[in-house]
Design a protein around this ligand. Structure first.
Ligand code: SF4
Length: 467
């Protein structure tokens, strides 16, 4: 494993490798594709979208040249519509439900059309919504990822003073730090967030919410800190201060660090977490990006696929994905898996890691294969991608809210936790799902907070009341 960056590829080639795999549509392509849409009555694509974007309406607006109106329809139902246009698993959501998807026909390219309209609005600095007159209430949001951003936008539109606290240097959470580079860049995430800032939402980044303010903890080890490179310079703020400053708090802190393998050799240099790896690639600090000739990724979810494909694009000679179950059991979406296959990734199914070998740095991974026999794989960079831990302590000891047996924050239909002042949404509630699911939870939480503070029901676009 290299201490610094020494890829066989030059930076220009790497940047080319990281170029979006789905390039933006041209105006002509968008017009042709928009005109293919049948504008179905009770369109299945709307119901398949967790934020229920009015897909036929936004597509119709593209067809008639009303790009601003189209973007407004999208962002009205999903404040991170530009992100979702890039990272949503459209194959199993809107496009999977499209009536045009037949044996002979491909579905309408809803994701790329959505990107076309939202990019136009962002590129041209269109402020599509305005904040309502101040209503005198204030909300503090912990976490500026998909759920936090979504909640902030709806609350600002209702006249709330909103402050988002985030441990990272830049806002956006997973949108900014966790999406594979060939899907979305940091610049694209930050440009979308600028729209939300334009509504007067305040961001306090590099700020970590703690129970009590005390001296920084010096005791945490190197391996843990590697995954927290953006958190090191954080300023603490106490949960008491948040409670006193804000009428309501929205907890959207996501999940914690990647689970550990709990096998010998895990502390060796060159054993890293998938999210830390993706984050380092995104910051473009090439000297800090770990690189291996023989890269092994453990896990078979979408984050594992992001890690293997990025390792390959960085110039690794051999990239192997190791998964304890069969290919059929792999949680990654089929099209993500296809991408990895096209990139020449090797797969070891029904294979369990048993020990990591090396002297100071990782040199090999010992695994038990399907037949039970053990053998070693050469490996100079080992990436863990076996799911993220829930931050139980943060929920129960800092925020003092109830969690279920799996460590997820428990909420009622208003997205309110066991503490009436604290609402929650996103991965910390559902245990980890898509950005679009988190955006919808942020929307529902904004409505729940408004009901709690003003006793008024509000229905945002793409939110059908059960009342
Ligand atoms: Fe258009 Fe397909 Fe949605 Fe029908 S289902 S409205 S064809 S995108």
């Amino acid at each position: 494993m290299a201490d610094g960056f020494c890829s066989p590829l030059d930076i220009t080639q790497i940047e080319k490798n990281f170029a979006a795999i789905d390039p933006a549509m041209t105006a002509a392509e968008a017009a042709v594709e928009a005109n293919r849409c049948l504008y179905c009555y009770d369109a299945p694509c709307i119901h398949a979208c967790p934020t229920q974007i009015d897909v036929p309406t936004f597509i119709k607006k593209i067809a008639t040249g009303n790009l601003t109106g189209s973007a407004r329809t999208i962002f009205d139902a999903n404040p991170i519509g530009a992100t979702c246009a890039r990272v949503c698993p459209v194959e199993v959501l809107c496009e999977g439900a499209c009536v045009e998807k037949t044996l002979l026909q491909k579905p309408i390219e809803i994701g790329r059309l959505q990107r076309y309209a939202t990019d136009d609005a962002i590129k041209n600095g269109k402020q599509l919504f305005t904040a309502a007159e101040a209503n005198g209430k204030s909300v503090g949001i912990i976490g500026s990822g998909p759920a936090g951003l979504s909640c902030a936008m709806y609350l600002a539109r209702l006249g709330y003073a909103v402050t988002i606290y985030d441990k990272n240097e830049k806002p956006g959470g997973l949108n900014t730090y966790g999406m594979a580079e060939y899907k979305m860049t940091q610049a694209e995430s930050l440009a979308e967030i600028a729209q939300i800032e334009g509504l007067g939402v305040q961001f306090r980044t590099s700020t970590v919410v703690v129970k009590e303010i005390q001296q920084p903890d010096q005791s945490r080890g190197g391996a843990e800190n590697e995954a927290e490179s953006n958190v090191r310079k954080s300023t603490p703020v106490s949960i008491r201060e948040l409670r006193e400053t804000h009428d309501a708090i929205f907890l959207a802190s996501g999940l914690g660090k990647t689970n550990r393998l709990n096998i010998e050799g895990e502390e060796l240099k060159g054993v890293i977490d998938a999210l830390a790896f993706i984050e380092q690639v995104k910051t473009r600090d090439w000297k800090a990006v770990p690189l291996g000739r023989n890269v092994v990724v453990i896990g078979a979810g979408n984050t594992a696929i992001d890690a293997v494909t990025q390792a390959k694009r960085l110039g690794a000679e051999r990239v192997t994905l190791v998964y304890r179950r069969t290919e059929k059991d792999a949680p990654a979406y089929e099209y993500e898996m296809d991408l990895a296959k096209k990139d020449g990734i090797e797969f070891l199914w029904q294979t369990v890691p048993t020990a990591i070998g090396g002297h100071g740095c990782v040199m090999s991974l010992r695994v038990k294969g399907p037949g039970g026999g053990e053998y070693k794989i050469p490996c100079d960079l080992l990436i863990r991608a076996i799911g993220q831990r829930k931050t139980w302590d943060f929920f129960t000891e800092v925020c003092e809210v109830a969690i279920d047996e799996k460590g997820r924050v428990i909420v009622n239909e208003l997205m309110q936790t066991s503490d009436p002042q604290i609402f929650a949404g996103g991965d910390c509630v559902n245990g980890g799902a898509e950005a679009v699911d988190a955006a919808q939870m942020g929307k529902r939480a904004a409505a729940g907070i408004h009901f709690q503070l003003f006793g008024k029901r509000v229905e945002f676009a793409g939110m059908v009341s059960k009342q």
